[in-house]
Design a protein around this ligand. Structure first.
Ligand code: AMP
Length: 127
């Protein structure tokens, strides 16, 4: 499916430096920053610098270099925050909302990294 990217979205503006963010990590193809309305004690967003609407768009059209950089940026943020799910069992949750049922608000691909305490069930039961 072809996607149309709206470059007025808030993450595009952050990438252009038009509005500030609390940076966690910068890489050649990715940027990580704190979510402005955290839903957990650690809540970091990781975005590609490229103009991709969602994960599907990214998987279809991003280069291998962009995909590798983004994947490693997510893991690097987790390492920087001390979240590797190792012997102490800390761990984290990755979420990427897409489309209507995913209830995506910002139409630029982002992965939420949530952590810092037990996060409960992944989704509300359908009802
Ligand atoms: P989603 O519903 O997956 O599209 O999530 C969008 C996320 O972007 C929400 O968790 C917002 O709190 C976050 N957000 C919106 N504006 C900003 C901003 N200026 N800086 C950091 N995070 C933001």
């Amino acid at each position: 499916m072809p996607y149309t990217y709206d470059d007025t979205n808030i993450f595009a503006r952050i990438l252009r430096g038009e509005i500030p963010c609390s940076k966690v990590l910068e890489t050649p193809h990715s940027l990580a920053f704190d979510d402005i309305a955290p839903q957990a004690s650690v809540h970091v967003l990781v975005i590609p610098r490229g103009a991709y609407v969602n994960y599907d768009h990214f998987a279809q059209e991003a280069s291998v270099e962009e995909i590798a950089d983004f994947t490693r940026a997510v893991a690097e943020v987790c390492r920087l925050k001390g979240l590797e799910p190792g012997a102490d069992g800390a761990g984290y949750r990755l979420i990427s909302n897409a489309g209507r049922d995913g209830m995506q608000e910002v139409p630029h691909l982002h992965v939420h990294i949530l952590a810092g305490h037990p996060l409960g069930r992944l989704v509300q039961p359908a009802g």
